[in-house]
Design a protein. Structure first.
Length: 480
């Protein structure tokens, strides 16, 4: 029977059904707790960014070296040592735990076979990336976790949005939700786990915290900052709200975008809105950062122009097909496809074309003389085999010289936000005085561990690890 003031009651209430929420619910169930997962989306759209991600988690072969690696990646923005310790210990258990649940786990042979940050101290802990069946994307991780919950009779209540946390002198004791039957209050004897994802789909929060003036969505449109808002309302402190992962994208419509991956050729350059190059176009994009000016810098944070020629157009699609990289909401959920020879995008006006560089500049609103000088200077660097301005490697210097010429507007594609309620190594949410908010836990993108740089498979690895911790801790609280 529910306590007074609640319509029903469970030991643990989990908000969100992505990797973190599913892991929390499964861990709480394993600990013997009664659990419910509250998910605001319908079943065919649930799972947050996990559903459309690569679905892989990094393989941690050495927790001691992993501590070193995380500290080095965080750089000038350290997180508490208890968080580092839990992260290093628990991420090493992810694959074992998944196998115990019945997952067919295998290492990817194509993606993230080694660390992106190879030069960083501690990177030798990184052994590769495990996935379901060794395959990236296609919602395989989300599908497995959904089935794992169902086979254990853990209810996921879809189309039910968490409105606010119920809190008082005893801390957080439940949550008010709005579902098909109207508003109800669900009690949580052990605790509430926030696993509601990020805020990449909340334009106001992106403006306020990330300072990205224009972006398209890579992930779930449900990433609207619900958990951040609810946590703040009960006094939670926040951490690294200005950290994120964007990638190069192309706006498909007013919300979603394509991933721009220039893997097929080198006959291109990037120009800013002044018509000038501004960066080494081939600098490795490492989950939201590139090496630049002797440091790791968030990139991209604003739109720019891709300028390329007919050689590049014929080299292959500018956005990879699902057979190569089956990730992203636009591809997996909306069914969007980029044409193999880029012709459909030219015909549709997404790519602008002209017979000369000057005419191309006119068509996209740039100064023709400036863009012509930019292209000429870049082509001179190609001929010399040396890019003195931005250090683009000689092997990646392909001239933009074969008419017709093309331009494409590149828009930051919002992958993940990182910030949210500050938590400790036990996944307990902390208030602005550094004290725990009793009964409130957080895991996953709503409160990512990463204050700065991230390597491949880090987001899912963090979500699984701290999801388990949050579920266990909330379940254990029922017997205290």
């Amino acid at each position: 029977m529910a306590e007074p003031g609640f319509d029903e009651e469970f030991d643990v209430v989990v908000l969100g059904s992505g990797a973190a929420g599913s892991a929390a619910a499964l861990a709480a169930h394993q600990a013997g707790a009664s659990v419910i997962v509250v998910e605001k989306c319908p079943a065919d759209q649930a799972g947050g960014n996990t559903r459309v991600s690569g679905g892989g988690w990094w393989v941690n072969r050495d927790p001691e070296r992993a501590r070193v690696f995380l500290r080095a990646l965080n750089g000038p923005f350290p997180v508490a040592e208890d968080v580092v310790d839990t992260w290093a210990t628990e991420t090493a258990e992810n694959s074992t735990w998944m196998r115990e649940l019945g997952a067919e786990v295998a290492m990817s042979g194509d993606y993230h076979t080694g660390p992106e940050y190879l030069e960083v101290d501690g990177s030798d802990c990184y052994a590769g990336m495990d996935c379901i069946k060794g395959l990236m994307g296609n919602g395989l991780l989300h599908g497995f976790l959904t089935d794992a919950l169902a086979t254990r009779d853990v209810e996921t209540r879809y189309d039910t949005r968490a409105i606010r946390l119920v809190a008082g002198d005893a801390g957080v004791t439940g949550v008010e939700v709005d579902g098909p039957g109207g508003r109800t209050r669900i009690g949580a004897r052990g605790g509430v786990v926030l696993a509601t994802g990020g805020f990449g789909a909340n334009r106001q929060m992106v403006n306020d915290y990330l300072r990205v003036e224009d972006s398209a969505l890579w992930g779930s449109p449900a990433s609207t900052g619900d958990g951040q808002r609810m946590a703040q309302a009960v006094g939670a402190d926040l951490w690294h709200m200005d950290n994120m992962m964007t990638i190069t994208g192309v706006r498909a419509d007013d919300r979603f975008g394509y991933y721009l991956a220039l893997w097929n050729g080198a006959n291109y350059l990037w120009a800013n809105d002044e018509g000038r190059r501004f960066v080494n176009e081939t600098a490795e994009t490492r989950h939201g950062h590139i090496p630049r000016d002797g440091t790791n810098e968030l990139f991209p944070t604003r739109p720019f122009h891709l300028i390329f020629d007919e050689q590049m157009r014929l080299a292959g699609p500018l956005s990879p097909p699902p057979a190569i990289l089956p990730v992203g909401w636009n591809m997996l959920m909306n069914g969007a496809r980029w044409s193999a020879d880029n012709s459909a995008e030219i015909a549709g006006g997404l790519i602008t074309t002209a017979d000369t560089v000057a005419d191309l500049a006119d068509a996209i609103g740039l100064d023709p003389e400036v863009l012509q000088r930019t292209v000429d200077g870049y082509n001179d660097a190609c001929a010399a085999g040396r890019d003195d301005y931005f250090g683009r490697p000689a092997a990646a210097l392909g001239p933009v010289a074969t008419a017709p010429f093309y331009a494409l507007r590149v828009t930051p594609l919002m992958g993940w936000s990182n910030g949210g309620p500050r938590r400790d190594g036990r996944a307990q949410v902390l208030d602005t005085d550094g004290q725990t908010i009793a009964g409130l836990y957080a895991a996953g993108e709503v409160s990512s561990t990463y204050s700065w740089c991230k390597d491949g498979g880090f987001h899912i690895g963090d979500a699984l690890a701290f999801g388990r911790v949050a579920g266990r801790e909330a379940a254990a609280r029922t017997s205290r």
